[in-house]
Design a protein around this ligand. Structure first.
Ligand code: T4K
Length: 368
């Protein structure tokens, strides 16, 4: 039996790069609380991502949760249920009500034709997700937000390095939140970032991530969500290799496409106009009627060969037991159907092309 192939595998720099990067910490003993690595990474990321302002946090979830708090959102927010648990949990943990709007079947992001019907006098924001690194319909979301005076906070957890119309994706909306988790295109082991425009927001956010302190006095109800120096050092190392890593991902994604594009019963994520992709994930949508097998049967077949694709994102977050039965998945039928049909195939820079060939051959043998 071949070694297991998992859906992803963390990118790691050469070990000596990391050792060299952390050596100075043994001199300074300054391990956390916004030290030199934190500042260096912040500066380099601001430049790489092409954003006006950026702050670093312990993870992508806290980036979302504290951004919502810092923005002072109230009442209802319009969002997608086709995402990772974090997006919805950050909303609900802020005391906000998620109003789930459906996604479009082509790129799996919010269907902009359905947003306006979800707006009420309690709506304070739209919280879309650039899911899999697919860019939302930014222009239309901006138009709706302006018309109804809503804030826009993008969950850009999957989007590191993505550019739209030659601008870094983090520059859009009022705020964009990235995840630097071990499973992401760029990782700081655990980590996250908030990108924003206004200075006053930044002051509040940096207080919130540090117990709400301004000069050691807690004026806000904060938490501890500071990125530590070892994580920032990992980020500094990984950032040196990011272009090569994304290029390796592209080669793998292209190989998948060469096998799977145009196969009846399979639908791939679109190549979006004006988007420089990061190839974070490789989702495939199975139409059982045309393909002859459903998504779950394909997972089962791949697992016999020690290949572990994942059901990102099943089930819809709106159906999680932690929300009771407050939200019906029937209000978002496209997302519901997708969650039963979609499978993300293994994709990471070190994945051997021979393994990609093998995965595709097994998958295509499933076709009836
Ligand atoms: N918003 C969105 C849209 C998100 O997708 C996420 C996170 C967030 C917000 C929140 O950001 P963070 O707070 O996490 O920074 C994984 C990740 O834990 C999670 O970060 C990610 N989204 C989600 C899509 O995927 P799981 O439960 O699938 O992880 P796990 O442990 O099963 O790992 C998946 C595979 O990754 C493993 O089969 C092997 C590989 N792996 C995993 C770990 C932990 C590694 O190679 N190295 C590792 O250290 O959630």
């Amino acid at each position: 039996m071949n070694d297991p192939i998992l859906v992803t595998r963390s990118s790691m720099p050469p070990i000596n790069d990391y050792i060299k990067e952390i050596e100075s910490l043994w001199d300074t003993h300054h391990l956390t609380n916004m030290g030199e690595k934190h500042h260096a990474l912040q500066t380099r990321l601001k430049d790489y991502l092409g954003v006006q302002q950026i702050d670093l946090l312990t993870n992508g979830h806290m980036a979302l949760e504290l951004s919502m708090q810092a923005l002072g959102l109230t009442g209802e927010v319009i969002t997608t249920p086709f995402t990772f648990a974090s997006t919805t949990q950050a909303i609900v943990r802020n005391g906000l009500k998620p109003v789930f709007s459906d996604v479009n079947p082509d790129d799996f992001t919010l269907d902009v034709t359905k947003i306006e019907e979800c707006i009420t006098d309690k709506t304070s924001a739209i919280i879309p997700v650039h899911v899999y690194g697919n860019v939302c319909n930014i222009e239309e979301i901006e138009r709706i937000a302006k018309k109804y005076h809503l804030k826009v906070l993008y969950d850009a957890a999957h989007c590191f390095g993505v550019r739209y119309k030659n601008r870094g994706i983090g520059a859009f909306g009022d705020i964009s939140c990235f995840s630097f988790h071990a499973t992401k295109v760029f990782n700081t082991i655990e980590g996250g970032a908030v990108c924003f425009h206004e200075n006053c927001f930044g002051k509040k956010l940096s207080a919130l991530k540090n117990f709400g302190f301004y000069d050691g006095i807690a004026y806000e109800l904060g938490v501890n969500a500071k990125m530590n120096e070892f994580c920032a050092a990992m980020g500094l190392c990984n950032l040196r290799y990011i272009e090569e890593e994304i290029l390796k991902r592209k080669i793998i994604a292209d190989r998948y496409r060469s096998y799977l594009d145009g196969v009846s019963g399979l639908r791939l994520s679109p190549i979006q106009k004006d988007v420089l992709q990061n190839y974070a994930y490789f989702p495939v949508v199975f139409d059982e009627n045309l393909f002859g097998r459903n998504r779950d049967q394909v997972i089962e077949e791949l697992s016999k060969y020690n290949i572990f694709a994942r059901k990102y994102f099943y089930p819809l977050t709106s159906t999680f037991p932690c929300y009771g039965n407050q939200y019906s998945p029937d209000t978002t039928p496209v997302a519901l159907r997708l969650s039963h049909q979609i499978l993300t195939l293994p994709l990471y820079p070190e994945l051997d092309l021979k393994d990609v060939d093998r995965i595709c051959e097994i998958l295509l043998r499933c076709k009836r």
